[in-house]
Design a protein around this ligand. Structure first.
Ligand code: ASP
Length: 450
């Protein structure tokens, strides 16, 4: 597996580089329709097969994790530690983003014509992006209360099959947790089911190992499509300072903050662990979706990076929907940047509003492309409400259009950080929930049930 794994990584890297070069060639030749076709092919070839595996793997991995932990109080401790980790690292990311964007000031000091051009082109980009506009309108109608109640709705599912069909992993996780606990408490009658689930899970992992071989070509197509549409030179355009702020923030969080947290709790080498997780991180970068990457994240964490089935079995599925450090950081930077661009000063109180709501918006964002761009509405609306209380000018929601053009590139980077945050969490929780020796595993799960 190791030699094949090495080859696969090289192929994924080649796919990334070839995709970027091909995309740039397409962009320079104005071949926007070819870029769009490549995006569609990437979706067909890679995203769809990965998505197909997401819901079954969420269900099976949570069931395997819970039945092998068995004891509800132990599960409570592990679950509590996981939630504390998610919240603490997301808050750290969002505070880092807020500090960086206020000190770098990417939206301050642009000359008046450039700022005006950005505002006008943003407005028309927003008007032209029908699907996104619909999603943004929906999110703005929901507001803060709606965002909370949507999370609550998913946490108390009424129909697990509806959640499966709509690919809402949170409801499936809650149901699987409950079913897993019931199986673990089921005595010897539950033994065949637990053994069956363990062997189905192994088969799913085998399936994932097969599908992973599509990653290089899928990544090539998706990256070529993205770069073909946006062009690498966008990095030097008027949005460069904003993009730079997001890149720096994500880099500090990924290479400094999370490694320190990992080292403090595990004493393992963070960069060696990052290297072992590379296949999942590259897939996240290429697909733009932590949810579609989940099968690869699980496989890499367990096969390559020493995470236990018990810990990763539910830390990773849960993390892929609610733990989004990269998205949280990005939302803070993007929102403050827009306010700066419109010349609206934010006081310390509004920055606190940004920190709190950006964390909520990141929790509420699904692990799919551009989700962060949509849930950003929650943050803007909350800050606008606070400004309205002071009688100050507010930011029009159409300002989000300004971010559209470069969002995909930033999304690739923040999704990678989201998946990296999940992996670090799984490795830390492995310390308190290690697996037994391989041959004892299923027996132990069965013993827990008897
Ligand atoms: N694409 C991100 C993810 O899947 C979510 C976002 O920030 O848009 O993790």
């Amino acid at each position: 597996m190791h030699r094949a794994g090495g080859l696969l990584t090289v192929l994924i890297l080649l796919g990334l580089v070839a995709g970027a070069i091909l995309g740039e060639v397409l962009h320079r030749n104005d071949a926007l329709d070819v870029a769009a076709a490549m995006m569609n092919w990437g979706d067909l070839v890679l995203i769809r097969p990965l998505k197909l595996l997401v819901i079954p793997i969420v269900m099976l991995s949570v069931l395997v994790g819970v039945t092998s932990i068995g004891d509800p109080s132990r599960l409570g401790v592990i679950g509590g530690a996981t939630l504390v980790y998610y919240l603490a690292t997301m808050l750290a990311a969002v505070i880092l983003g807020a500090v960086l964007v206020t000190s770098i000031g990417p939206g301050v000091g642009l000359d008046a014509t450039t700022a005006e051009q950005l505002r006008v082109s943003g407005e028309s980009a927003f008007a032209g992006a029908d699907v996104l506009k619909g999603r943004i309108d929906q999110a703005s109608e929901m507001g803060m209360g709606g965002a909370w109640s949507s999370i609550l709705d998913q946490l108390i599912p009424a129909n697990v099959f509806a959640d499966m069909v709509a690919v809402r992993p949170l409801g499936v996780i809650v149901f699987s947790l409950a079913l897993g606990l019931a199986l673990a408490a089921g005595g010897s009658a539950a033994t065949p089911a637990i053994r069956g689930i363990a062997s189905l899970f192994d088969a799913m992992m085998r399936l994932i190992r097969w599908v992973i071989w599509i990653t290089p070509i899928g990544v090539l197509l998706l990256v070529a499509g993205t770069v073909g549409r946006i062009g690498i030179d966008e990095i030097y355009g008027p949005m460069s300072k904003y993009m730079f702020t997001v890149f720096v923030g994500l880099a500090i969080h990924a290479f400094v903050v999370l490694p320190i947290v990992l080292w403090v709790f595990t004493r393992i080498s963070p960069f060696r662990f990052m290297w072992r997780m590379k296949r999942a991180l590259l897939t996240a970068f290429g697909t733009d979706s932590s949810s579609a990457t989940l099968p690869v994240t699980l496989e890499t964490a367990q096969d390559e990076a020493g995470c236990s089935k018990r810990a990763s079995g539910f830390v990773l599925p849960l993390g892929s929907t609610i733990n989004m450090d990269g998205t949280a950081l990005y939302e803070a930077v993007a929102v403050v940047f827009l306010f700066q661009l419109f010349g609206i000063d934010l006081s310390f109180t509004e920055l606190v509003v940004v920190v709190i709501t950006a964390t909520l918006a990141a929790v509420g964002a699904a692990g799919i492309p551009s989700a962060g761009l949509v849930t950003m509405v929650i943050v803007i609306t909350a800050v606008n409400t606070s400004l309205a209380g002071r009688g100050d000018a507010q930011l029009p929601l159409s300002a989000i259009g300004i971010l559209l053009g470069v969002d995909r590139i930033l999304d690739m980077c923040r999704t990678t950080v989201n998946v990296w945050g999940d992996a670090v969490g799984a490795r830390i929780i492995t310390q308190i929930a290690p697996d037994d020796a391989p041959d004892e595993e299923t027996d132990d799960a069965v013993a827990a049930a008897t």
